[in-house]
Design a protein around this ligand. Sequence first.
Ligand code: F6R
Length: 602
Amino acid sequence: MCGIVGYIGNKDAKEILLHGLDTLEYRGYDSAGIYVMDDSQTGHLFKEKGRIAALRDKVDQSVAAFSGIGHTRWATHGAPSVDNAHPHQSNSGRFSIVHNGVIENFAEVRDAYLQDVELHSDTDTEIIVQLIAWFAESEELDTMDAFKKAIVALKGSYALALVDNENPDVIYAAKNKSPLLLGTGDGFNVICSDAMAMIRETNQFIELMDGEVATLSQEGIQIETLAGDIIDRAPYTAHLDANDLGKGTYPYYMAKEIDEQPAVMRKIIQNYQNEQGELEMDPEILESILASDRIYIVACGTSYNAGWVGKQLLEKTTNIPTEVHLSSEFGYNMPLLTEKPFFIFLSQSGETADSRQVLVQVNEMGYPSLTLTNVPGSTLSREAQFTLLLYAGPEIAVASTKAYTAQIAVMSILAELTAKAKGLPVEMDVAHELAIIASAIESVIDDKEIFEQLSLTHLSTSRNAFYIGRGIDYYLVMEASLKLKEVSYVQTEGFAAGELKHGTIALIEDNTPVISIITDKKTAGHTRGNAHEVISRGAHSMIISMDGLNQPEDAYVLPKVHELLTPLVSVIPTQLIAYYTSLHRGNDVDKPRNLAKSVTVE
Ligand code: F6R
């Protein structure tokens, strides 16, 4: 996790770095810092615990700086504090560094080289900068050689930006596993963890690859391998709109992103339709799936929950057996694979380290893979054989909402096209169904006050809560409970409704909130029965049910949509409930405690 930025050029570096860090705050927000070089080539370090806004207050605006590096942190080694905030410096103050990633062998490196060096933080990052200084000073290496020698000694993940006071016209950068982009412009160059952070400055970016180092000056960028071979790589254009990054009139990104979902559904239909209005995608993806005997969906968190809906869609539509796995388990405890597996990686960010370590293994084994991601050019997209984009637009709130529905929508298109390619009869016209769903989502969002009221009466003071459902609704309640717990901190569990009576019902007390999701006519009666069981034990019950299912009078009724796609609509009340509960509990809705948007550590 963590976000890093760098700038060298002809404008006010402080403001560019602070704005870049504001944009990267989704990657971590427990402390932040910048190191800038003024025009008399004196360095200035500013660090603060907490958000970028706190750092901004601390920065001396009178410093005229034209280059510098910055960092926003999600603590891995060492508690959130000013001492542990980046940039870290060598003891002489000559070198300053920012780091995204985790150095696995930092203790070994410390013991091998730095026993006599006084350390000032609990971080793995300080080891890197002290090691560079140690090589530069004890072995009299020039900065680039010292930097490379330090990198060779490190094991783990890193994106690094380094400033040397003795070479103030250059910023050094390197990466392994963690993402890092170099942006180019007229009279300036930049470094960033993702393109959004610098899109106000440039839309021309060059990817730095693992095992490469770069130097940036005002005039240009030079990339080389550790062996010193020069790399010539052309920039690509990042198609991002700086206006997408604002909250507009919304108080929180989460509210905006929930509201954007009808538009996202329509954008997905458009992007996957050809000029004749037929759904279409790279035929090689479909051929590769058809050549396989089993699909393995691998993902984390909300993407994992979307994966379960994807399994249902793929199995029911294509008859191809499909398994869903947590990346963080799969990589270390791989199940027996079939002879011809096909892997689907679901990742909003495309940067999740747990998923990437599985993809690395899948590539080593030579199996075909497809990444569904919201971020073109992300690591999982680059490293998988195929990519399908989600077209959801930037998702800034830490809690994922529109990426979940976009993942399901794109998987529904994938399922339909695979079934057609297989010659199976397809009874669902996905483009038509998704258009109906866009309107259905709109009508649920129009009822948002109902869910705000429900949050106030059922959840704003509650210690715990339960979501229950069966079949596809069980998959949905897994996501509903994750959303509620992560933004409101109400301990929430999502249960298969039939399982309650096998143990969990013991937790039901007077006024325990239990929300039942009922969209499937086969199981509607049973789940309603389970709701009655908890009501009899004092629970505060709410039923969210699809139209036409003989629901009780006080149930909230969802517009009817295709039975395989109900989570696209039934998730909306649960997102709104999570949002309003968090809001009324006074939490920072977009940046819940302890979390980060892009989880780039395993
Ligand atoms: C929850 C949430 C996380 C992510 C998970 C995977 O709201 O956002 O659970 O879904 O960290 O992230 P991606 O999809 O970027 O791989």
